[in-house]
Design a protein around this ligand. Structure first.
Ligand code: PEP
Ligand code: MN
Length: 342
């Protein structure tokens, strides 16, 4: 439920409304806006309580209208926050006019491999450096990542090149450790509904990059974001990375670019597209990165390896340094058409 106050309603009138809500055991969300204040009730209300509150609040001084929210997610919805959220990390703004490219290998494999990756990412003009230290591998026999050693490499290389860093955290009890080293916490597709992890990431206050689960609906995706927001952490970035394909003979997943304008309409959160996991095939990544920009995404996350053939994970979808540079040129060329800077 959202209560819109009249233009010029006094602070005391706003407070009376807020207190009526608090009296029901719910903490209201007061959102001062241009000219008028809105008050949100970020909770699921029973029908009786909703009807009751609506009648009580509508009669209060200074109230313009009471509207029902039509979606199960609230803090993630544009009904609640009209303005697009911009997540600021150092000098990178995610969700504004800047089109943000996050590049780097699937995994941090060694200091040399990761430093070389960072050098390539930086010289191509990308601003965020990715790389997994803890890898969620389908098989326990696959490379699992360098763990804390990988985090240390990431931090030192990120600092050296002045790049914002992003890496995955797989469990709630690892949030503190990963948050110590990385600028952005990535929550992987397989963890999208790991609720204790979402809560811990929310509590950390760090920017959270939430990947859509391979079979998650849009409501499920935004409700997962809601878990982080609900901890008082507004810095959530959504990432479409492909959903389950029924035909996996040609691509690893189905990159659902159609979700981009939908998320932009129903949510105020930034949206990033990952065409690497979305297709699983390096030669399709460049086209889908361009398509993501045109679809209205705020950026892309792309896997690039100094030597994809030698990669310890996801080598088949990693761009070579040369193609990564070409993709950046493509995006720069397109950026003017969509009103973005890169
Ligand atoms: C990754 O970014 O390397 C990764 C494992 O992604 P996802 O969670 O989308 O599979
Ligand atoms: Mn990967």
């Amino acid at each position: 439920m959202i209560i819109v106050m009249q233009v010029g309603a006094s602070a005391a009138e706003v407070e009376v409304v807020a207190q009526v809500i608090r009296d029901r055991g719910i903490e209201p969300l007061v959102m001062p806006g241009e000219g008028r204040t809105a008050i949100g009730i970020p909770a699921s209300l029973s029908n009786d309580l909703r009807t009751d509150l609506e009648a009580q609040i509508s009669a209060l001084d200074g109230v313009s209208k009471v509207t029902q929210t039509s979606h199960p997610y609230k803090l993630a919805s544009r009904e609640y926050f009209r303005e697009s959220t911009i997540v600021r990390v150092k000098d990178v703004e995610i969700g504004g006019t800047q089109f943000v490219v996050m590049g780097g290998p699937c995994s941090v494999e060694s200091y040399e491999q990761f430093r070389e990756s960072a050098r390539i990412v930086k010289s191509a003009g990308a601003t965020v450096l990715r790389g997994g230290a803890f890898k969620p591998r389908t098989s326990p026999y696959s490379f699992q990542g360098l763990a804390e050693e990988g985090l240390k490499i990431m931090k030192s290389v990120g600092d050296e090149f002045g790049l914002v860093t992003i890496t995955e955290v797989m469990s709630g009890d690892m949030v503190e450790l990963v948050a110590e080293y990385a600028d952005i916490l990535q929550i992987g597709a397989r963890s999208m509904q790991n609720f204790p992890l979402l809560i811990e990431a929310g509590k950390s206050g760090k920017p959270v990059f939430l990947k859509r689960g391979p079979s998650a609906t849009i409501d499920e995706f935004l409700l997962a974001a809601e878990y982080v927001l609900n901890q008082g952490n507004p810095n959530v970035i959504l990432c479409e990375r492909g959903i389950m394909a029924y035909d996996r003979a040609y691509t690893r997943n189905v990159l659902d670019l159609g979700i981009v304008p939908v998320l932009k309409e129903y949510s105020h959160l930034p949206v990033i597209v990952d065409p690497s996991h979305g297709t699983g095939v390096a030669r399709y990544v460049r086209a889908m990165a361009k398509a993501a920009m045109v679809a209205g995404a705020d950026g892309v996350m792309v896997e690039m390896h100094p030597n994809p053939k030698a990669a310890l994970s996801d080598g088949s979808q990693a761009l070579t340094p040369a193609v990564f540079g070409e993709m950046m040129d493509d995006l720069r060329g397109l950026s003017g058409y969509v009103g973005r800077t890169i």
